[in-house]
Design a protein around this ligand. Structure first.
Ligand SMILES: C[S@@+](CC[C@H](N)C(=O)[O-])C[C@H]1O[C@@H](n2cnc3c(N)ncnc32)[C@H](O)[C@@H]1O
Length: 263
């Protein structure tokens, strides 16, 4: 299957339809993934994403018909892979930085109770995330905290941080370095593996991280290339790290080129 693939069976967006879509996309892993999630809640969140998509400006027009594949199943598969590596999230505090409407973070709340962490959804802007805050209140969903702040201005105690479509990696690790506790992990969701090894090493070392493992996700090839890195927080960030956003932005733009979209 390729990135341009468009023809596939239509699945309903109720709990049964989403589980059928998951079996179709991930035939080898589905039986392990299915017991991990509350599919009624996944379905409720998907309905919310579709209903508020325009008002919240969540996704591009191109993505409107692809929310199930590109956002729901993609996030769920990533979380399943992280779970394979580090086990239950139940005793952890998990934070999603630059979460937008709660992607991928809200899907940690969709885990069944014994796997579920305390969850923090962080974004510097209210535009998308305030809709999710209302959705959580209206549906009386416990265990999700909302934080409207810039990640680099924050110091907190997450055992696991994730991000998708946030500040480009590896600069994202610098931005988040004071949010993750020692021995904790930052797992960025990344597309192509296209990093300058020298820059990556320097930024990670200064930020107190070490790459423990890189995991490629060929099961998501139907969306394009996807991989995750398990970055372990092995020490403190150096004095003055994270640097000011202006500097990080300039450096990352020089590397990726001004118009590159990093996902
Ligand atoms: C492209 S959106 C991605 C949203 C979501 N993670 C997703 O995958 O659909 C990037 C988000 O990161 C937020 N963001 C960018 N820089 C940030 C920072 N330094 N601290 C907190 N949020 C930030 C933006 O406000 C925006 O909502």
């Amino acid at each position: 299957m390729t990135e341009t693939e468009t023809r596939h069976p239509d699945f309903s967006h109720d709990s049964d339809g989403i589980q059928a879509a998951l079996r179709y996309r991930f035939p080898k892993n589905a039986e392990q993934i299915l017991p991990l999630f509350d599919w009624e809640l996944v379905s409720l969140f998907l309905s919310f994403l579709k209903e508020k998509n325009q008002a919240g400006g969540f996704f591009s027009k191109r993505d409107t018909n692809e929310i199930l594949d590109r956002h729901v199943l993609e996030s769920i598969f990533h979380i399943y892979k992280i779970h394979c590596m580090i086990g239950s999230f139940n005793k952890m505090k998990v934070g999603d930085a630059g979460t937008g409407p709660g992607i991928p973070g809200f899907f940690f709340r969709c885990l069944v109770e014994k796997e579920r962490p305390k969850l923090v959804l962080l974004d510097s802007q209210r535009r998308k995330l305030s809709h999710t805050e209302n959705f959580v209140k209206e549906n009386k969903i416990a265990g999700v905290d909302f934080l409207f702040a810039r990640a680099e201005d924050w110091k907190t105690d997450w055992n696991l941080g994730v991000s998708r479509g946030f500040v480009p990696y590896p600069w994202s690790a610098e931005v988040l370095c004071r949010c993750i506790i020692k021995e904790g992990y930052y797992v960025p969701f990344i597309g192509k593996d296209e990093f300058d090894a020298k820059i990556e090493k320097k930024i990670l070392t200064d930020s107190g991280f070490e790459v423990e493992k890189t995991v490629f996700l060929p099961e998501l090839d139907f969306l394009g290339m996807r991989h995750i890195k398990f970055l372990k927080k092995v020490g403190s960030a150096r004095q003055g790290i994270p640097r000011a956003w202006k500097l990080l932005e300039k450096e990352s733009k020089e590397f990726y080129g001004k118009d590159s979209i990093h996902k």
